[in-house]
Write a protein that binds this ligand. Structure first.
Ligand SMILES: [Zn+2]
Length: 196
């Protein structure tokens, strides 16, 4: 029919969970009913790919070299909290109990999916944790098997360098992902964190 349409459908299939049928539906929808939305989507993608990168300090997504939170002089530089995703970081921010800085792994160790220590930029984390200002690293990965394994690995890595490491307390249920736990529970888990 149209080479451009095929190209668009192929591109939409790059999205997670989108198969050939739904990619085709999306393409038809955009071209038939929402050309303005399609143009907006293409501009947003173009701009994001061009400007969004990883914060030099915490590894989260940012437009600037260092993100706003890392640049905030009122944050406590002695505390470094390790989370899996920006969404987990936001959950901890919402509790208003934590005033330190973060390191965002952008994932978790997952041997089955082929995600090892190198994919998580653990060397970058090590550099941050050993910068001389950090006094305690709080591991706030999820309480899933993979999150626990990730916390264990990082804990051993940092302790081997003589760094103080703690883990969120078990207020968060086993198998719990921070993103779906209420702020009060996370706040408690942060206050009751234990040494790892
Ligand atoms: Zn940052």
């Amino acid at each position: 029919m149209s080479r451009s349409l095929d190209f668009l459908t192929e591109a939409l299939r790059r999205l997670p969970g989108v198969g050939p049928k739904s990619a085709q539906r999306m393409a038809f929808h955009l071209l038939q009913h929402d050309r303005e939305g399609a143009a907006m989507l293409s501009r947003a993608l173009y701009q994001a790919v061009d400007t969004v990168h990883h914060c030099a300090m915490c590894n989260t997504f940012a437009d600037t070299e260092v993100c706003d939170l890392c640049a905030d002089a009122s944050r406590d530089r002695a505390l470094l909290c390790v989370v899996e995703t920006p969404a987990d970081q936001m959950m901890i921010e919402q509790t208003l109990t934590y005033k330190g800085l973060y390191f965002v792994l952008m994932g978790r160790l997952s041997p089955l999916d082929g995600i090892g220590p190198r994919d998580l930029h653990l060397d970058k984390l090590l550099g941050r944790a050993a910068d001389g200002a950090v006094n305690e690293v709080v591991l706030a990965t999820n309480f899933t098997n993979e999150g626990e394994a990730t916390a264990h690995y990082i804990s051993e890595m940092l302790k081997a360098r003589g760094l103080k490491v703690s883990r969120l307390a078990r207020g968060v249920p086993v198998g719990g992902e921070l993103e779906y736990v209420d702020a009060g529970t996370i706040a408690r888990a942060m206050l009751d964190r234990r040494s790892a």
